[in-house]
Design a protein around this ligand. Structure first.
Ligand code: IPE
Ligand code: IPE
Ligand code: MG
Length: 228
């Protein structure tokens, strides 16, 4: 199997990681930051051109207000603090999801990260923030209708948050959960899934490399029959 062009990661298990240590959930989210750094490093090392990270779903608003606020503050911090190094590494940052409802400070950080990294060409790093696959599809349908376009897959895609993003070849999920939780549901139609029991804050470069290796041994048939 050729190398994956797009690896999508559902970063899950921060809360359980913290609970196992008798810490508040926020400590788990903060610890997840290092795992993000390791994963970006690993993606660059493995030569993966697109990496997407599920950071906050449209359903995560169901969490206590304090936790939602803490997460947004953390995302804001990460974007301001990590962008310069990412730019130096040739990383281009994109943020997908609904902007409405996000606090001003976070919106400013997103703008900064996307603008400052716009010429990066080594890795496309996509942060899915206030993102839901169903929401994205509905939004694309609304745009298609408004533009009077015929309903084709190609035309629908034009209304996605990032039309040029290739479909994920591999989806990694941590903390053992066997579901996609509304992440890239259209794009993931033929994605290969790889799940680890590790909680997100414990995820490292070696896990990423293991997932890629496993992917390379998979046989993707896309509904056809084996080649050979
Ligand atoms: C993933 O960890 C981070 C986000 C969804 C923002 P969780 O917060 O979902 O951790 P668990 O699943 O409760 O352990
Ligand atoms: C998926 O994790 C969303 C993100 C990683 C941002 P959740 O923890 O929200 O998913 P469920 O609720 O277990 O399906
Ligand atoms: Mg979770």
């Amino acid at each position: 199997m050729p190398d994956p062009r797009h690896v999508a990661v559902i970063m899950d298990g921060n809360g359980r990681w913290a609970k196992a240590r008798g810490l508040p959930r926020g400590a788990g989210h903060a610890a997840g930051r290092e795992a993000i750094r390791r994963t970006v490093r690993a993606a660059i090392q493995e030569g993966v051109p697109w990496l997407s990270l599920f950071a906050f779903s449209t359903e995560n608003w169901r969490r206590p207000e304090d936790e939602v606020r803490l997460l947004f503050r953390l995302f804001e911090e990460v974007l301001w603090e990590e962008t310069p190094e990412l730019v130096a590494e040739g990383v281009r940052i994109h943020v997908i999801g609904e902007r409405s409802g996000l606090p001003q400070g976070l919106l400013a950080a997103i703008d900064y990260a996307e603008t400052a990294s716009a010429s990066g060409d080594r890795l496309h790093l996509v942060a899915a923030l206030n993102y839901g696959g169903r929401r994205e599809i509905l939004r694309a349908v609304e745009r298609l209708v408004a533009a009077g376009l015929a309903p084709s897959e190609e035309n629908l895609r034009k209304g996605f948050y990032l039309p040029e993003m290739p479909d994920p070849d591999l989806i990694i999920r941590t903390s053992g959960e066997l579901r996609v939780s509304n992440f890239l549901i259209w794009q993931a139609a033929y994605a290969e899934l790889w799940v680890t029991d590790k909680y997100w804050p414990d995820f490292n470069e070696e896990d990423f490399a293991t997932a890629i290796r496993a992917y390379k041994h998979r046989e993707r048939r896309f509904g056809g029959i084996p080649q050979r």
